[in-house]
Design a protein around this ligand. Structure first.
Ligand code: HEM
Length: 500
């Protein structure tokens, strides 16, 4: 949403109340919710009871925020903000500044969710499940991460919505389903929160998992086996609401669904868990793959990719519960040769995801510049999809991939990248070859300032640091990219380098 060109009514904020100061306060660990961080259902009556400047709650799009601390940081001034306090301020908010990302700005102020009646009307079982989770956390440190859950249904589908406060990119969703038995594990940091329900009726597999990285909401959407309205979600099971430390490095056997060629030496391997398990791998995370090759246990890490950049290119056999690895075969590579020679229904052991990229690092940036060399492209795939997703339309105006390869036949998914660039004006891909073919008329050579100036002029010229940079590739590539960014005076928290 673009800001309209109209006279501004912004007020002068007191010193120490800039956006940066607010971000700092948000991350200081101070409880900005005022309720110890336990998410709760809020009725209109309860909301109305918090309508003073020193005790101010506001509801926007179904979420209730405590804006008491934000009062002096509000660019429109406290008097303006007070107009929406103690009530559902959605309409007022949307009339004035629909482009403002309140979910991100107020994420540490979330009190809970606005419910329309004094009694929630939700299923008693579900209330119990939510209460169980709430109870589990009330006794804990208020700054600890919390999870609450609600469910919704339509005739054909049932959705579970989990509201987390995790540092979301590192949150992982693991689902297990056996007949009507559904377990949803949310991994936040090293802790797993379990929701375990015996569903009211049968549901199909796989389901869909949608994660909103900004708000920390995870939605699990199941299709009912037969369309009918359920009276309740189901019966909470013994371990519902449990919270466990995750210590072990476990490997799960996954079955090969398909292997297809990406280039002359790179394959896309589609894997599926054996027993109705679904596992979302957070953006920027890699998984270890374990194989016994000639009697020796070999472990290598790979960053899973999405199945394609466009539905048109989905690989054979793929479904929502699959994991896709893009593997380049090296003549001397034990693991890459093993993976590229896999046949349908072979088994691969895949371990727990890990990674240190935090999408919150990109907060406030409007451009994303991705520099990849060779198979360093793999972490960029999910980043591209995420940055161009509907939820980020307002956030990233430009997403640019600078992709280095030896020859043109080494370029991974060039057809998909070109199609994406043709269909989404915010995206561009520039290919650079280091050993160009004779008929190559594009960019050649190694990463340098002139090349950056040609490909991403706005990034260089503006010097306003509204661009976030991600780098991935072989050691030498990463080092030269870091040197270049260092020479340009690029602050370290404005770029992220994936370690090989
Ligand atoms: C519903 C009651 C609210 C009212 C009546 C209100 C009013 C205003 C007004 C009059 C401005 C100056 C507008 C302009 O110059 O374009 C403004 C700016 C702003 N408000 Fe609010 N506001 C409300 C709620 C909020 C909330 C809850 C947030 C928190 C996320 C917020 C965040 C902002 C931001 C970030 C700006 C600066 C926008 C920009 O620079 O484009 N406002 N607000």
């Amino acid at each position: 949403m673009l800001k309209p060109e109209k006279p501004r009514n912004k007020v002068a904020l007191k010193p120490g109340h800039s956006l940066m100061d607010w971000v700092r306060l948000s991350h200081s660990g101070v409880d900005l919710t005022g309720v110890g961080g336990v998410l709760q259902d809020v009725t209109p009556k309860q909301l109305a009871a918090h309508s003073k400047k020193n005790d101010a709650w506001i509801a926007i799009k179904g979420r209730v925020y405590n804006v008491t601390h934000y009062m002096n940081f509000h660019p429109g001034g406290d008097t303006e903000l007070m107009r929406g306090v103690g009530q559902d301020g959605t309409t007022l908010f949307s009339q004035i500044h629909p482009w403002v990302n309140f979910e991100s700005l107020l994420q540490k102020c979330l009190v809970g969710h606005l419910v329309s009646h004094e009694s929630t009307g939700a299923s008693p079982v579900l209330n119990k499940a939510t209460r169980l989770i709430g109870k589990l956390f009330t006794k804990r440190d208020p700054q600890e991460k919390t999870v609450s859950m609600k469910w919704f249904q339509q005739l054909a589908t049932v959705s579970l919505q989990f509201f987390t406060r995790g540092d979301f990119p590192q949150t992982r969703v693991m689902l297990f389903k056996s007949h009507r038995d559904l377990t949803v594990n949310l991994k936040l940091g090293n802790v797993i929160h379990t929701t375990h329900v015996l569903l009211e009726d049968s549901a199909l597999w796989p389901c869909k998992v949608r994660t909103n990285y900004e708000s920390g909401v995870v939605e699990v959407c199941l299709t009912k086996a037969s369309p009918n309205m359920w009276h309740r979600l189901g019966e909470p099971q013994e371990d519902d609401g449990q919270k466990k430390e995750m210590l072990e490095q476990l490997y799960d056997p996954m079955e090969v669904v398909s292997v297809s060629s990406v280039t002359h030496n790179t394959k896309l391997i589609v894997l599926r868990h054996k027993h109705n398990i679904m596992d979302t791998i957070p953006i920027g995370c890699s998984v270890p793959v374990l194989a016994n090759i000639d009697g020796v246990d070999v472990v290598r890490c790979y960053t899973p990719v999405t199945a394609a950049l466009d539905e048109k290119f989905l690989p054979p056999g793929w479904s929502e519960d699959c994991l896709c690895l893009m593997v380049k075969q090296y003549p001397e590579g034990l693991m890459s040769r093993f993976l590229c020679s896999l046949k349908l229904q072979d088994t691969v052991n895949v371990g727990q995801a890990s990674g240190s990229l935090k999408l919150s690092m990109m907060g406030g940036r409007t451009k994303l510049c991705l520099m990849a060399a060779g198979s360093g492209f793999t972490p960029m795939v999910k980043l591209i999809i995420w940055a161009l997703s509907a939820g980020n339309k307002k956030k990233f105006q430009e997403v640019c991939l600078l992709f280095f390869n030896m020859t043109s036949r080494d370029i991974l998914w060039q057809d998909q990248l070109d199609r994406l660039a043709a269909t989404d004006a915010r995206f561009s891909a520039a290919y650079v070859l280091t050993a160009p073919d004779d008929d190559w008329s594009g960019l050649t050579g190694h990463l340098n300032l002139e090349m950056l100036q040609t490909v991403v002029p706005s990034f260089i010229e503006q010097k306003t640091h509204d661009t976030f940079v991600c780098v991935c590739g072989p050691d030498s590539f990463r080092e030269s990219a870091m040197r270049l960014l260092g020479d340009m005076g690029y602050p370290e928290d404005f770029y992220f380098v994936f370690q090989g």
